[in-house]
Design a protein. Structure first.
Length: 278
């Protein structure tokens, strides 16, 4: 009897090891930009024993001037988890991005997939259930574009949470959930102190690097520098005349060069202050 029980327990443990580390969790979204709340959820899913990998799917549309390339660059700074993969997708709709992943799998795929959902979001949970039902339907009936889901693919529900609330802010948002909209407002306000509260636990140098990615040189000042350079180029002939002309022209050219160089230097310094963090 004990031998039979031992064999049964051993078989059960073997089944656990066989089916562990099998789920691919899809996390589609805009992530304009990604913050610690996004990172925490991805890492929480990745830490589960039944998860093989987490695929963060970044959509293409800009949000308040923040583009996908910036989002991808920030994800690459934030995530060091080998089980978290960050990819660019062509659809902003999270559900469509997830469908695209499934439709692109080999026809003989037996992959187990979950549309990652936040436990604190009823909308996420509802979307996950709709996704699972739709995949079952698309195994039998093709979409209007003729796409079908591999029959061996399984979709499971998977919800988790990684609470990330604001602390140390100078406004009234302490205790609220970290959000991309608040982060974008911090950028608009050029408020680095509050901006940093979107990344608690992240190394200060990494936070500064993220800020530089999101706050490139002000476009107005960039154009001003270009205009000064163009004016210097247009005045090149008078500078050349000064080299072979009378002393007065030479002195005049030197003064112009000094003036232009001074304005150019000051404008460039002002522009650098825009991206310099405290």
């Amino acid at each position: 009897m004990f031998k039979t029980l031992h064999l049964f327990v051993g078989f059960f443990v073997l089944l656990i090891f066989i089916f562990m580390d099998q789920v691919t969790v899809l996390l589609p979204g805009g992530f304009k930009p990604p913050h610690v709340g996004h990172l925490g959820l991805a890492n929480k899913f990745a830490s589960r024993g039944d998860v093989k990998k987490v695929i963060v799917m970044v959509g293409p549309t800009e949000r308040d001037g923040i583009n996908r390339q910036q989002s991808l660059a920030i994800w690459n700074l934030l995530t060091k988890n080998p089980k978290v993969e960050v990819v660019a997708v062509q659809d902003d709709n999270p559900m469509n991005a997830a469908f695209g992943y499934v439709f692109g799998l080999p026809r003989n795929s037996t992959e187990t997939i979950a549309l990652g959902a936040s436990a604190k979001s009823p909308e996420d949970a509802k979307r996950s259930k709709i996704f699972a039902a739709a995949i079952e339907r698309y195994k039998i009936k093709a979409t209007k574009d003729g796409l079908t889901a591999p029959k061996g693919v399984q979709v499971v529900d998977m919800t988790d949470d990684s609470p990330s609330n604001y602390m140390g802010r100078t406004d009234d948002k302490n205790g609220q959930s970290i959000s991309a909209s608040t982060l974008r407002q911090d950028l608009t306000n050029n408020d680095f102190q509050n901006f940093a509260t979107n990344y608690p636990g992240v190394k200060p140098q990494v936070v500064k690097s993220i800020h530089k990615i999101l706050k490139p040189m002000n476009e107005v000042k960039k154009q001003k520098i270009k205009a000064i350079i163009r004016k210097m180029i247009y005045e090149e002939d008078s500078f050349m005349d000064a080299l072979v002309g009378p002393e007065a022209k030479f002195k005049d050219a030197i003064n112009k060069i000094r003036t232009r160089a001074g304005i150019l230097t000051k404008t460039a310094q002002d522009a650098q202050k825009d991206v310099k963090t405290k």
